[in-house]
Ligand binder design. Structure first.
Ligand code: MN
Length: 222
């Protein structure tokens, strides 16, 4: 299997002042839209804090943790795979996986998202779930019933599409599944806008923001 590769994003400031031999830090990718572009489903305030504080902190903490280690200069997905399931590397894994998950999550959302997939993805969803409505129900249920912090995903698992959920920083590609879409269900993703009503956040994201064009791109990596 292969995992979706991050595009070569801009690197964090500071790298250009260092010698070429210094490993490049992991970058915080630019948001693919303005901070207010997802409103009213996700407010600008939530994006400012979620992207500008939470996501940035995962990236910054990861860079501090890997400086001077074998992981410095490695691609993010390589760091995630190399540290998964290793208690000695739990802090690196948690921050690397959350850095990966968030870079992926922002691209799963679009101000012009929602609706239904077309073409191959529509066929694959019909085959795997028995139709879009049943898929929608499965994704919504996974996101709502994930107990505590975590993620709900649409993945390709050896040629079959599935809905799965992961705890905390969990990421499906470490178990051989290719992520196609993700919904962040940590409270920081919705609490300012929806308080305890995770169900309203999840359904609003599915119906209005899911980026099916991106999911189709991601399917090419399965
Ligand atoms: Mn988050």
């Amino acid at each position: 299997m292969s995992s979706f590769q991050e595009p070569a994003g801009h690197r964090t400031a500071g790298a250009t002042h260092e010698s070429p031999a210094t490993p490049e830090p992991v970058a915080l990718p630019a948001l693919p839209y303005e901070e207010n572009a997802l409103a009213p489903v996700i407010s600008a305030r939530t994006v400012q804090i979620h992207y500008g504080k939470h996501h940035r902190t995962y990236v910054d903490t990861l860079n501090q943790l890997i400086a001077g280690t074998e992981f410095a200069g490695q691609p993010l997905d390589t760091i995630v795979k190399a540290t998964a399931g290793k208690p000695d590397h739990a802090a690196i894994f948690n921050n690397a996986a959350q850095a990966w998950n968030h870079a992926f999550y922002w691209r799963c959302l679009s101000p012009s998202g929602g609706g239904r997939p077309e073409g191959l993805l529509e066929e694959r969803i019909a085959r795997a779930f028995g139709g879009f409505d049943r898929f929608r129900q499965a994704l919504s249920e996974a996101a709502i019933t994930q107990f505590g912090s975590g993620w709900a995903w649409l993945v390709d698992d050896s040629g079959k599409l599935k809905v799965v959920k992961t705890d905390n920083a969990g990421v499906p590609f470490i178990r051989g599944q290719t992520p196609l879409l993700a919904i962040d269900v940590w409270e920081h993703a919705y609490y300012l806008d929806y308080q305890n009503r995770r169900v309203d956040y999840v359904n609003a994201v599915i119906d209005n923001l899911l980026n099916w064009e991106f999911a189709e791109e991601a399917l090419a990596y399965a």
